[in-house]
Write a protein that binds this ligand. Structure first.
Ligand code: PNS
Length: 176
C-alpha cells in the first residue's frame, strides 16, 4: 500500500507544546510527517527560520517518521513537491474554525487531491498560541509548560542577550 505523507505547515514562531502535541498525534496516523516552516520575511519573526528549524528538529528527534523542512510560496505547491497527500492542521477552539475552513477549502480548490486533516490538541493547550507565548515572554510573564524547556531557554536568550552570555559562560565552564 502507498505510504501516506502529510505536511504540517505553519509559522512556528516559536514552536509550542501545542505544536508538539499535534506532531505526536500526526506521527501516529501518517507514515511520514513533514513539519514545514513557512519562510515569511514580511512577518518580522522573533526567531529566524534557521533557529525555528533547529528548535523543531530538537523537539522531534525522537519521532522517527517526522522531519522538518522549510518552504515558501503556496502550501499546495510544496505538498505536491514532497508528494504529500494530506495537510495537517490543529483546531483549538471554534474561533480557529472559520479561518481554517477557508484555508482548507481554498487549498482544495487549488489542489483537489490534497486533503486537509484537522486534529485537536490536548485540552490543556486549547488556549495556547505562538503569539500569546511571544507576548507573555516579552512582558516578563511565565512561559514554563507552554513551550519545551529548550525553547523557553532560547526565548529568554533572545529577549535578554545577557542570559545568552551567561549560559555560554556556564556551558564553557562545564566543558573544562
Ligand atoms: O502557523 P500559521 O501562521 O497559522 O500557518 C499559516 C500557514 C503557513 C499554514 C498559511 O499561511 C499558509 O499556508 N501559507 C502559505 C501560502 C498559501 O498557501 N496561502 C494560501 C492558503 S489558502
Amino acid at each position: 500500500m502507498k505510504k501516506v505523507i502529510a505536511i504540517y505547515p505553519g509559522s512556528f514562531d516559536p514552536p509550542t507544546n501545542g505544536h508538539l502535541d499535534l506532531i505526536q498525534r500526526g506521527s501516529k496516523i501518517f507514515d511520514q510527517l513533514i513539519v514545514a516552516i513557512l519562510r515569511n520575511p514580511e512577518k518580522g519573526p522573533l526567531f529566524s527560520l534557521g533557529e525555528r528549524r533547529l528548535m523543531l528538529e530538537s523537539m522531534t528527534e525522537d519521532f522517527k517518521n517526522v522531519t522538518v523542512d522549510t518552504f515558501d510560496g503556496l502550501t499546495v505547491d510544496y505538498a505536491t513537491k514532497v508528494k504529500a497527500r494530506a495537510v495537517l492542521r490543529g483546531i483549538r477552539a471554534i474561533s480557529d474554525y472559520e479561518y481554517e475552513l477557508q484555508m482548507a477549502l481554498m487549498n482544495r480548490k487549488l489542489q483537489p487531491e490534497l486533503e486537509t486533516v484537522f486534529m485537536m490538541p490536548a485540552e490543556k493547550y486549547s488556549y495556547l498560541s505562538s503569539r500569546l507565548v511571544r507576548e507573555l515572554a516579552t512582558l516578563g510573564g511565565p512561559i514554563t509548560n507552554l513551550v519545551p524547556e529548550m525553547v523557553e531557554q532560547r526565548i529568554k536568550e533572545k529577549l535578554d542577550p545577557a542570559i545568552k552570555l551567561q549560559n555560554a559562560r556556564e556551558s564553557k565552564a562545564r566543558k573544562r
